[in-house]
Design a protein. Structure first.
Lengths: 285, 423, 297
C-alpha cells in the first residue's frame, strides 16, 4: 500500500513536471511570436535621435508619438485609399458570392460541379499569370492606374473564394427549409431572399472579414495597377516608405503598425469569425 | 417571371462593374487649356528646389501658361518610369518628362517613335558649340538630338574620409595598383576600405563601370556598348577579374545598404572610401560636412582624364497639345540662365561650358574643370550607355558574378547580351 | 427539391455573370498571357510577333531564373516543414487542456491578420545585421555576427539568406497550421487514445501510431496550402529583401514583376508567369480533383 502511495506521488510529480515543461515550451513560443511586436512598438515610440542600432531592444527613454505623426502625414491619404478600395470591393464580392453560393449549393444544374471547380481554380492561380492582360485590359477601358481598376480586379478575383465560402455555409442549411418556401409559393430568388439571406449573418461575417483582410493586405495587384502615390493603398505606400533613401526606422515601424491596425482590430474583436474564415479561405493564400 | 431573373442577372453584372465605374470618369482628361505639364521624380531636397527655380523663371516669362509640376516619388524613379510608361502607352503623354540622357531615352522612347527631334532648340539659338561634342554625341540618334540635358553628374568619383587617410598616413590612390596597396593597408588596420551599397541593384554596376573604364580606357569602354569591344576578350576579362579583386575590399553587408548608406559609412569613419556619383556631395553637405574638410574626392583610380557622365534631360513627346509651351521650356533649360538657376541648387554641374562659375562650390567647380578638359564617356549604370533592358540584365549578371566569382560565365553572359542589344 | 427546368434556367442565369467574368478574367487572360509569352514584345508598344519558345529558352538559360527555381524549391521544403512541425507541436500542446488556451491561441495566430508587407518591413528590422537579433545574441554572449538576409553564402544551392525569409514566413503561418491541426485533434475520439494508454503505449507511440495517421488528410491539405503560398511568394520578399545579394532571396514572382513592369520585357515576363502557373497547377489540379471526387462519393 505504501509503495502504491509512493509511486502515485512520484507519478503525480512527473505529471507536474510535465505540466511545467508544457507551459515553458508554450511560453518560449509566446516570446518568439511577440518579440517582433515588442520591437515594433518600442521602435515606433522612439524619436529619430533615440533610434540607435545597438539599443534596438531597449525601451525608449521618453515615449514619443513623433514617429506616428510623421507616418500618418505620409500614409494618411493611402490609409483613406485603402478604405475606399476595401469597402466596396468587400461588399460587392460578398453579395455576389452569396447568391452564387446559394445556386451552387442548392441548385445542382447539369455540369454545375465542373463549372464550380473551374471557377474555384481562379483563386489558386498565381496572379502573375493574368497580370499582363489585366493591365492591358484596364488600360483599354480607362481604369488603369486608379482605384476603380483595383476595385474591379478585387471584385472579380474575389468571386471564387466568396462563392466557395457561401456554398459551404449554405450546404449546412437543410433542404427541407427550402422545400417549405416553395410550398409557400416562393420561387428561386424568393427563397434566397426570404429564407437563405436571413440565415446568412454568420456566414456573411466570416466572408466579409476574410475579404476585407485579404484586400486590405494585398500588394501584388495594388503595386501593379496603381503607380501614382496619391492613389496607392497603404501596403504599397508602406513598402515605398520602407524603401526610401533615408531610413527612419521609427517612422517605418509606426507605418507598419498603422497598416496593421484595422485587420488586427478585427482579429481581436471577431477572432472566432476570423479564424473560421481563415480555415475556409486559406486555400487561396 | 423569367424576365425578372434576367433583370437580376443584369443587376449582378452591373454590381460587379459599378464601384469601379465611379472612378472611370476620374481619368486625367486634359482640357485644351494653356498648360505645361513637367513630369519628374524630383520630389524632395535640392532637386525639387532646383526644378521649382526653373518653373519660377518660366512663370515669370510666360505668365499665361499654367505650369503643372507633376512628380512621382518612389524607388529612385522606378515608380515614375512606370507611370510614364502607362501614360505613353495610353496616348496621354506629359508635355515634357525627366529622362536619363543617352540610351535611357533613345532605346525606350526615340526608337519606338514616341519623341520629336529637338535639334532646332540648340541650333536656332546658336548653342551647339556651348555643349561638349561628346555630350551632343550621347544625346543624339541618327543625327538628331532628342532631349535637352539640364545637368551633368559624374559617376567615376571616389569619395574618401580625410581624417581616416591622414591618421593612417595614406594618400588617396591614383591608379589601380595604388588602390590595392591602400586598401590592403586599411584592411590590415581593421578598416573597411571600400563601402558599397546594394539594395537597389545598380550600385555594384556603378562600381564596375569605373573599373572597366580604368582597365580598358575610354575607347575600348565605349566599344563595349557598340559591339566593338568583346566582353569575353582577354582585356575585358582581366578588367572583370580586377573588379572582383576590388570587391574583396568591400563591406559584407552590401545588401542592406543604399548608395547613401554606403556614403554614410565613409562619413562616420566605418569605411574609408566609396565610389558613387556626385549626388553624394549633396548628401555630405546636407549632413553638415564641408568639402575638403571631412571628405575629399578623386577620380576613380586610373580614370583621371575621363569623365563618366550621366545626365537628366527633357524632351518633346509627339502629339502634345501645346508644343510651343514645351519648346519654350526646353529653350529655358538649355539656356545658360536656366542651367545656372537649376544646378547650384541641385548640386550638379551644367551641361553647358559657359556657366557663371561664381555660383558653384568647390566640388562643383572642380567637376566643371574636369568636364571641360576630360574625355566624356557615358555611364551605363545610369542609362546613358545602354538601354534600360540591357542595364537591368547587366545588373543581374553583376549580382551573380560578385557572388560566384565566375568570370568566364559572366563574360559570356555579358557578351551574349551585347550581341542582343548593342547598336 | 423542386428541380423544374424553368427554375434551373433561372439558377444558371443568376450565376452567368460570374461565369462570364471568370471565363474572361481567368481563362481568357491566361490564354492571352500564353500568347504574350511566345511574342517578341519587349518595350513600351505591344508587339505580338510570334517568336516561338525563344523567351522560354532565354529564361531557362539565365542564371537568375535557375537560382530562382532552386530558391523556390528550398524555400518550399523548409517553409512547409517548419510550419508543419511547429504547427503540430503547438496544437498538440495546446490540446492538453491547458489554462489560458485562448491566450496562447490568440498569440500564435495573430500574424495571420497581418499583411506580408507589414511582416516583411518588421522582420527586415528584426534581422538587421547591425541591429536586430544580433544585438540580442551578443548580449547573451552567443555568436552574433550573422549576416541574415545579407548573407551571400551558398551551401549546395541553398542560400543562407533564405533562412531569414523562411523565418518570417513561418512566423506568419505556424499559427494557421496550428489551427487546422487543433481542429483535427479535437475530432479524434478521446476513448481511442485512452484505450491505447491502457494498453501501455507511451505518448510518442500514440502520436506516431494513432494521431499522425488520423491527421494525414490535414497534413496533406496544410502542405497544399503552404506549398502553393510558397510557389507564389512575392509580397514578403519585396518588403523584406527584394532580390537579395546574388539573388539569394529572389523568386519567380519577383523576377516576373521586375522583368515585366520595370524592365518592359513583356514576352519574358509572360514566360515566367506561365512557368509559375504550371508549378501551381501541378499541385492544385490533382488536389481539386481529389477533393471533388471525395465530395461525390
Amino acid at each position: 500500500m505504501t509503495a502504491g502511495v509512493a509511486s502515485l506521488g512520484s507519478a503525480r510529480w512527473a505529471v507536474v513536471q510535465r505540466r511545467v515543461l508544457l507551459y515553458v515550451v508554450l511560453g518560449i513560443f509566446v516570446v518568439l511570436f511577440l518579440g517582433p511586436v515588442y520591437v515594433l512598438l518600442v521602435t515606433s515610440l522612439k524619436t529619430f535621435q533615440d533610434v540607435s542600432l545597438s539599443e534596438m531592444w531597449v525601451f525608449p527613454r521618453a515615449v514619443s508619438l513623433e514617429a506616428f505623426r510623421a507616418a500618418l502625414i505620409r500614409l494618411g491619404p493611402n490609409l483613406r485609399n485603402s478604405f475606399v478600395l476595401v469597402i466596396p470591393a468587400t461588399l460587392v464580392t460578398a453579395a455576389i458570392g452569396s447568391i452564387n453560393g446559394y445556386v451552387f449549393s442548392k441548385w445542382r444544374f447539369r455540369g454545375s460541379n465542373i463549372v464550380f471547380a473551374l471557377i474555384l481554380f481562379g483563386m489558386f492561380i498565381p496572379y502573375q499569370a493574368i497580370l499582363i492582360p489585366l493591365v492591358q485590359f484596364l488600360r483599354t477601358i480607362g481604369l488603369y492606374g486608379n482605384l476603380g481598376g483595383l476595385i474591379l480586379t478585387h471584385v472579380i478575383y474575389g468571386i471564387p473564394i466568396t462563392t466557395l465560402m457561401f456554398r459551404n455555409f449554405y450546404a449546412e442549411i437543410p433542404d427541407e427549409l427550402l422545400e417549405a418556401g416553395y410550398m409557400d409559393g416562393l420561387e428561386l430568388f424568393g427563397v434566397y431572399r426570404r429564407i437563405m439571406l436571413p440565415l446568412s449573418a454568420p456566414g456573411l461575417v466570416v466572408v466579409v472579414i476574410w475579404q476585407f483582410t485579404s484586400v486590405w493586405n494585398d500588394f501584388l495587384f495594388a503595386v501593379t495597377i496603381t503607380q501614382r502615390p496619391g492613389v496607392q493603398p497603404i501596403t504599397v505606400a508602406l513598402q515605398n516608405l520602407a524603401g526610401s533613401q533615408v531610413v527612419e526606422w521609427n517612422v517605418q515601424m509606426a507605418g507598419a503598425l498603422i497598416a496593421a491596425v484595422p485587420t488586427l482590430i478585427i482579429y481581436i474583436l471577431l477572432g472566432k469569425y476570423f479564424i473560421r474564415g481563415m480555415l475556409a479561405g486559406s486555400v487561396k493564400g | 417571371m423569367r424576365k425578372r431573373h434576367l433583370i437580376l442577372c443584369m443587376v449582378i453584372a452591373v454590381l460587379m462593374i459599378m464601384p469601379a465605374a465611379v472612378f472611370a470618369g476620374g481619368r486625367a482628361e486634359r482640357p485644351a487649356a494653356n498648360e505645361l505639364e513637367i513630369f519628374s521624380w524630383w520630389t524632395a531636397g535640392g532637386e525639387a528646389e532646383g526644378l521649382q527655380a526653373l518653373i519660377d523663371i518660366y512663370n515669370e516669362r510666360y505668365p499665361e501658361v499654367n505650369v503643372i509640376n507633376a512628380t512621382v516619388a518612389g524607388g529612385a524613379g522606378a515608380q515614375a518610369k512606370a507611370v510614364l510608361a502607362s501614360r505613353m502607352q495610353g496616348g496621354n503623354p506629359p508635355d515634357s518628362f525627366q529622362v536619363h540622357a543617352g540610351q535611357g531615352i533613345i532605346a525606350t522612347w526615340v526608337v519606338e517613335d514616341f519623341m520629336e527631334p529637338v535639334t532646332f532648340i540648340l541650333e536656332d539659338n546658336g548653342w551647339m558649340d556651348d555643349y561638349p561634342a561628346d555630350v551632343i554625341d550621347i544625346i543624339s540618334y541618327q543625327g538628331e538630338i532628342y532631349s535637352i540635358p539640364v545637368n551633368i553628374h559624374r559617376s567615376n568619383v571616389m569619395w574618401y574620409n580625410r581624417s581616416l587617410f591622414a591618421d593612417n598616413g595614406l594618400e588617396p590612390p591614383a591608379s589601380m595598383a595604388e588602390f590595392f596597396q591602400v586598401a590592403e593597408q586599411l584592411r590590415a588596420r581593421g578598416i573597411t576600405p571600400l563601402a558599397v551599397g546594394g539594395t537597389d541593384g545598380w550600385e555594384q554596376t556603378h562600381l564596375l563601370e569605373s573599373v572597366l573604364l580604368a582597365e580598358l580606357g575610354a575607347e575600348a569602354y565605349r566599344g563595349l556598348w557598340t559591339g566593338a569591344t568583346a566582353w569575353n576578350g582577354t582585356r575585358a576579362k582581366a578588367a572583370l577579374e580586377s573588379f572582383l579583386r576590388v570587391m574583396e575590399y568591400t563591406n559584407p553587408d552590401r545588401a542592406a545598404l543604399t548608395n547613401i548608406d554606403a556614403a554614410q559609412y565613409v562619413a562616420e569613419g566605418r569605411a574609408a572610401m566609396t565610389v558613387m556619383g556626385d549626388w553624394v556631395h549633396g548628401y555630405y553637405l546636407s549632413i553638415g560636412h564641408t568639402p575638403n574638410e571631412e571628405y575629399g574626392w578623386v577620380p576613380f583610380p586610373g580614370t583621371a582624364g575621363n569623365f563618366l557622365m550621366l545626365s537628366d534631360t527633357f524632351g518633346l513627346p509627339k502629339d502634345v497639345p501645346n508644343p510651343q509651351n514645351v519648346e519654350r521650356w526646353l529653350t529655358l533649360i538649355a539656356s545658360r540662365e536656366g542651367q545656372d538657376a537649376f544646378n547650384p541648387i541641385k548640386g550638379s554641374i551644367p551641361a553647358r561650358t559657359d556657366a557663371d562659375r561664381s555660383l558653384y562650390d568647390a566640388y562643383l567647380l572642380s567637376a566643371m574643370d574636369d568636364f571641360g578638359r576630360d574625355t566624356i564617356v557615358p555611364s551605363v549604370a545610369h542609362g546613358a550607355a545602354a538601354s534600360e533592358s540591357w542595364v537591368t540584365r547587366i545588373n543581374d549578371v553583376v549580382n551573380i558574378l560578385v557572388n560566384n566569382r565566375n568570370v568566364d560565365q559572366a563574360a559570356n553572359e555579358f557578351q551574349s547580351l551585347a550581341q542582343q542589344y548593342a547598336r | 427539391m423542386i428541380r423544374s427546368r424553368k427554375e434551373l434556367t433561372k439558377a444558371v442565369l443568376i450565376v452567368s455573370p460570374s461565369i462570364a467574368a471568370i471565363t474572361v478574367f481567368v481563362y481568357g487572360f491566361i490564354l492571352w498571357s500564353l500568347r504574350t509569352s511566345v511574342s517578341a514584345w519587349e518595350g513600351i508598344r505591344p508587339n505580338y510577333t510570334f517568336v516561338g519558345l525563344r523567351n522560354y529558352a532565354r529564361l531557362f538559360r539565365s542564371s537568375r531564373f535557375q537560382i530562382d527555381l532552386w530558391n523556390t524549391a528550398y524555400f518550399t521544403v523548409f517553409f512547409i516543414a517548419v510550419c508543419i512541425v511547429f504547427g503540430f507541436l503547438l496544437a498538440y500542446l495546446i490540446n492538453k487542456q491547458i489554462r489560458g488556451e485562448g491566450f496562447f491561441r490568440t498569440v500564435y495566430m495573430f500574424p495571420m491578420a497581418l499583411s506580408f508587407i507589414v511582416t516583411g518591413v518588421l522582420w527586415r528590422w528584426v534581422l538587421n545585421p547591425t541591429a536586430g537579433v544580433n544585438v540580442l545574441l551578443a548580449g547573451l554572449g552567443l555568436p552574433s555576427s550573422w549576416g541574415w538576409y545579407t548573407d551571400t553564402t551558398r551551401i549546395g544551392g541553398f542560400h543562407l539568406a533564405l533562412i531569414s525569409i523562411i523565418a518570417a514566413a513561418s512566423w506568419q503561418f505556424i499559427g494557421y497550421t496550428m489551427a487546422i491541426y487543433l481542429a483535427g485533434l479535437r475530432s479524434i475520439p478521446e476513448q481511442l487514445l485512452e484505450s491505447a494508454r491502457m494498453d501501455g503505449a507511451n505518448e510518442f507511440t500514440i502520436i506516431r501510431r494513432i494521431i499522425l495517421p488520423m491527421l494525414r488528410p490535414i497534413t496533406l491539405s496544410a502542405m497544399i496550402v503552404l506549398g502553393h503560398i510558397s510557389l507564389k511568394i512575392f509580397d514578403l520578399v519585396m518588403a523584406m529583401t527584394g532580390r537579395g545579394p546574388a539573388f539569394a532571396t529572389d523568386f519567380p514572382g519577383v523576377f516576373m514583376f521586375e522583368t515585366t513592369f520595370r524592365g518592359n520585357r513583356y514576352g519574358e515576363g509572360a514566360a515566367i508567369s506561365t512557368v509559375m502557373l504550371l508549378m501551381v497547377a501541378v499541385v492544385i489540379v490533382p488536389y481539386l480533383a481529389y477533393t471533388f471526387r471525395k465530395e461525390h462519393s
